[in-house]
Design a protein around this ligand. Structure first.
Ligand code: ADP
Ligand code: MG
Length: 288
């Protein structure tokens, strides 16, 4: 509780620094249910509330990020499917989050479930998201649409073409890790895939950020997993960890992030702290 009060005082109302150029991060982990979507939407909300412009790109056919941001994504809504498969401009599908000015979302609709297969036969199938983001950034330079400081891509729990598109489009990979048994299982496969993408498709890609989620300070297991991850990735792991919190899991059913649903809860304060670290690192001189 004292820790929450300290975070609240240190962080509430703070304006986060703008990165010098748009940072594109792919939130990935090939496991499902580890907190990718929760991390994407809450970090995005925290960055936007702190004065930055943020675009969330939902490329999971489940559309959970769109739901959590209160964005309409029924089957007829123009969506990231149209962008990836038909080449529709991203600007034609983005919607601003109703609760949080400055937070935009390119929603996913159920059509996206077929995109994994439809993309296979298309030209430049691995670079379609990258091209769409580049075109969108150019568009913002010459229109009233604000240029995003951050683009966060919420990935499905697989390493198919949708995720490959996300890796090609990003400079940074942001990995949420659930502090539970088997947390590290499969991580080496993810890192190998990132290495393959770096060697063949996107030399700038690197794992910049790791966030420990569903952390339970009372269990030795959480502490052990956290220590192991910190030993492996001393530079990447954020100091803030996200606790298991009922408020975090309730928020999406209200079409909200926990940042608006219960901004003073420990879950919201953890995501605020994590977002502040992400933003501060984005402007620190290299190697700092
Ligand atoms: P992923 O996108 O990796 O599949 P989600 O972000 O959808 O994972 O999270 C999986 C489930 O766990 C969801 O029901 C979500 O509400 C819940 N959840 C995520 N983070 C937390 C947390 N810190 N505390 C409690 N529940 C959480
Ligand atoms: Mg998800």
């Amino acid at each position: 509780m004292a820790e929450d009060a300290r975070k609240r005082i240190a962080l509430t109302g703070r304006v986060f620094p703008k990165p010098t150029a748009t940072r594109v991060l792919t939130v990935a982990n090939q496991k499902g249910g580890v907190g990718k979507t929760t991390t994407t939407v809450n970090v995005a909300a925290a960055l936007a509330q702190a004065g930055l412009t943020v675009l969330v790109i939902d490329i999971d056919p489940q559309g959970n990020a769109s739901t959590a941001l209160g964005i309409d994504h029924h089957a007829e809504v123009p969506s990231i499917y149209d962008v990836l498969v038909d080449g529709t401009p991203m600007a034609d599908v983005v919607q601003e989050c109703p609760d949080i000015p400055g937070l935009w979302c390119a929603p996913a609709t159920i059509d996206l479930a077929g995109a994994e297969i439809e993309l296979v036969s298309l030209v430049a199938r691995e670079t379609r998201l990258q091209r769409a983001i580049t075109a969108y950034l150019q568009h913002t330079a010459t229109s009233d649409v604000p240029a995003p400081d951050y683009v966060l891509v919420d990935c499905p729990p697989s390493l198919g073409l949708l995720t490959v598109n996300a890796f090609v489009a990003a400079q940074e990979v942001f990995i949420p890790i659930q502090c539970e048994y088997y947390a590290l299982e499969g991580l080496s496969q993810l890192l190998k895939n990132i290495e393959l993408i770096r060697n063949h498709l996107n030399p700038t890609l690197h794992v910049s950020t790791i966030l420990l989620t569903m952390y339970d300070g009372r269990t030795r297991l959480s502490a052990q997993v956290a220590e192991e991850v910190r030993n492996h990735f001393p530079e990447q792991v954020l100091r803030n960890t996200v606790p298991r919190s009922v408020r975090i899991s309730e928020a999406p059913s209200h079409g909200q992030t926990v940042m608006t649903y219960d901004p003073n809860s420990s879950g919201a304060l953890s995501y605020l702290g994590a977002a502040a670290e992400l933003a501060d690192r984005g402007v620190a001189p290299a190697g700092a």
